[in-house]
Ligand binder design. Structure first.
Ligand SMILES: [Zn+2]
Length: 332
């Protein structure tokens, strides 16, 4: 058994306190390979931003949990070497069982999410409470994120056809009975690159889909009921059209892509929303650059020359998010 403190990682308690009072959100970026991790750390050191490294159950299967854990440990040393000891959290994204959460906590994660949002309200409380009791009883306090409300869309092992907005009248009871450290809510964000069906959107003069706005009224109502409590937004990619177009230019097909406009996320980050999950945008940036290199340099077969430009683009994207969307830059 390893404690996250031995790996140089931190939990989310202090980071969320500062983020809520400072009016910004922490970036939560998923990783499952070397280039993604390099890009995240380079961008967050450059912008002096704390960061939450997220590992999904799918990433654990893909890359092996021991490798990922040791990569996170390496990330702490890498940030130090780059000249800034940014706080780094290693977080399980969408844990679905007590066993999975325990396993991650015992192998060095500093934070876990238990997603009981597909269960009944009562069962969600019971499951979340069990994870909280285990996580909080550790010598080094591990933080727990719960979820109320269901997001639509598909991402790794998480998928749901329909969304259910979080019901503000449930949040107080959920937070009180479970003891969670933060709460993921559903106010219109969604997993994946097609966040809304075309019929839910309007179109601008160029035919580009304009999504319906986030439900800030629900967010405000939740904030009133649990003032200052850390709120989390999942599925918060903006799906930049420049990447979608680049992917399509070089042979891809990403019909009806639509994300959450960055100005809406910026507005959310200024509220009690203190953690914003962004994954699809990173996938799009990497895929766009990989396709471009493969199309334009047909004789290239060195993976470093193919993945290197993708990594550089990802770094640029994440620095932009920290600076202009989340407001987490300069908060170390
Ligand atoms: Zn999610």
């Amino acid at each position: 058994m390893v404690s996250y403190v031995e790996l140089g990682l931190v939990n989310t308690v202090e980071l969320f306190k500062k983020a809520v009072s400072g009016g910004y959100a922490l970036p939560a970026y998923n990783f499952n390979n070397l280039e993604q991790l390099q890009a995240i750390i380079m961008a967050c050191v450059e912008t002096k931003s704390p960061v939450i490294l997220q590992v999904s159950a799918g990433a654990r299967k893909y890359a092996n949990q021991n490798l990922l854990k040791n990569m996170a440990k390496g990330a702490v040393e890498y940030a130090h070497e780059l000249g800034c000891d940014i706080p780094i959290v290693l977080h399980l994204d969408h844990g679905d069982t007590l066993e999975l959460c325990k396993d991650c906590i015992e192998s060095g994660f500093s934070s876990v999410m238990i997603d009981g949002s597909h269960h009944s309200f009562e069962d969600n409380i019971a499951l979340t409470k069990k994870v909280v009791e285990f996580a909080h009883s550790r010598k080094d306090y591990v933080t727990v994120e719960g979820e109320l409300g269901v997001l639509a869309g598909v991402e790794d092992d998480v998928s749901s056809e329909h969304s259910n907005y979080t019901q503000p009248e449930e949040v107080e009871e959920f937070v009180k009975k479970t003891g969670v450290d933060s709460l993921a809510i559903s106010i219109g964000t969604s997993h994946g690159r097609t966040k809304f069906k075309p019929e839910q959107c309007t179109r601008d003069a160029n035919g580009v889909l304009i999504p319906p706005p986030l439900r800030f009224d629900i967010l405000e109502e939740i904030e009133k009921r649990i003032p200052g409590f850390p709120i989390v937004l999942h599925g918060s990619s903006s799906v930049p059209m420049e990447y979608v177009h680049m992917i399509e230019k070089f042979g891809g097909h990403l019909k009806d892509s639509v994300g959450i406009p960055e100005e809406q996320l910026r507005k959310a980050a200024k509220s009690a929303v203190c953690k914003i999950n962004i994954d699809s945008d990173g996938r799009l940036a990497m895929t766009a650059l990989i396709r471009k290199v493969l199309a334009e340099q047909s004789e290239e077969f060195d993976p470093r020359k193919i993945l290197g430009p993708a990594r550089d683009e990802l770094k640029k994207l994440y620095a932009h998010k920290n600076n202009n969307v989340l407001g987490s830059a300069g908060r170390v």
